[in-house]
Design a protein around this ligand. Structure first.
Ligand code: NAI
Length: 292
């Protein structure tokens, strides 16, 4: 398989914009797509600011930053991804929406292209089954924020070929990442372990065992985690955490994975975390209705 040069990224939210930035800084031509033009313009602004910050900190040369910005293309038209060697999908964590996208991408991209998903928990095997190329479908799970976090968890679907696995591993390494490999079972490695901990932190809050501050301080100072679980949930997005818990519950079939009612209620109330100004913590969204 030839080395990838052009990367399509679908979804320009927290993860997609970070993956696009990372790829452009590492010399790839990037097409970043979103169906929502306002998400795309937010992504353009945030990537430009981040690259300028890297230049001002001396972590990227002026010329390097300028070239990276020049390699980034923004679009709402899926057809523009036809020249991509690899497409990394980072849209909403919904199996139905992702399946529709994989079906459409399969018809647009060249026959040699790899279709990768940044899904946190959804079955790669099932996404692959909507395409005519299950051997070329793989999970490429970046951590948040993608330009900073060192890990990529590669997920092999039941039909993922060795060639696709090694090409994806090499791509992740060219992006400066360390790779771990998971078989395709709900939650893979990292979220299988992380999300039940976050869910348990919600139960600890819900049942009045402790305040949110004490839960987070307990886990930071007691177990040396850089962020407490509730703080981390706000950072990830409570909607994303809830979707993953639902996938774990459905896929592994044990009641211990049932989402905590408080997590469900926060999402119902639109308290999605940092990205919308309020989650477990209030980041200053003035009109927020605060549930005690
Ligand atoms: P986000 O909500 O910030 O962004 C999702 C973007 O996808 C939005 O801009 C939305 O307009 C766009 N979108 C939705 N449907 C689309 C479609 N059919 N075609 C094109 N664009 C579409 O979500 P976030 O947090 O970036 O998550 C994206 C994916 O990455 C999810 O699968 C999530 O599970 C995964 N992930 C999230 C992490 C996190 O910490 N938030 C960490 C690792 C993976």
């Amino acid at each position: 398989m030839a080395e990838s040069k052009t990367i399509g990224v679908v979804g320009s939210g927290q993860m997609g914009s970070g993956i696009a930035q990372l790829a452009a800084v590492h010399g790839f031509d990037v097409w970043l797509l979103d169906t929502d033009p306002s998400a795309l313009s937010r992504a353009r602004k945030s990537i430009t600011n981040n690259i300028n910050r890297l230049i001002s900190k001396g972590q990227l040369s002026q010329a390097g930053g300028h070239d990276a910005l020049g390699r980034l293309n923004y679009t709402t038209d899926l057809e523009e991804l036809h020249m991509a060697d690899v497409v990394i999908e980072a849209i909403v964590e919904s199996e139905d929406v992702k399946k529709k996208l994989f079906l459409a991408l399969d018809k647009i991209v060249k026959s040699s292209a790899i279709l990768a998903s940044n899904t946190s928990s959804i079955s790669i095997t099932r996404l692959a089954s909507t395409t005519s190329r299950p051997g070329q479908v793989i999970g490429m799970h970046f951590m948040n924020p993608p330009p900073i976090m060192k890990l990529v968890e590669i997920v092999r679907g039941a039909g993922t070929s060795d060639e696709t696995f090694y090409a994806t591993k090499s791509l992740a390494e060219r992006l400066g990442k360390t790779v771990i490999c998971s078989q395709d079972f709900s939650g893979f490695i990292v979220n299988r372990i992380l999300m039940p901990m976050i869910n348990e932190a919600f139960h600890t809050l819900y049942t009045g065992v402790a305040t949110k501050e004490d839960i987070d301080t307990g886990m930071k100072l007691g177990t040396n985690h850089p962020m407490g679980p509730l703080e981390l949930a706000d950072f990830i997005g409570l909607d994303v955490c809830l979707s993953i818990m639902k996938v774990l519950h459905a896929g592994l079939g044990d009641s211990k994975y049932a989402p905590c009612p408080l997590l469900v209620q926060y999402v119902d109330a639109g308290r999605l975390g940092r990205k919308c100004g309020i989650g477990v913590y209030d980041y200053g969204r003035a009109s927020a209705q605060v549930i005690p």
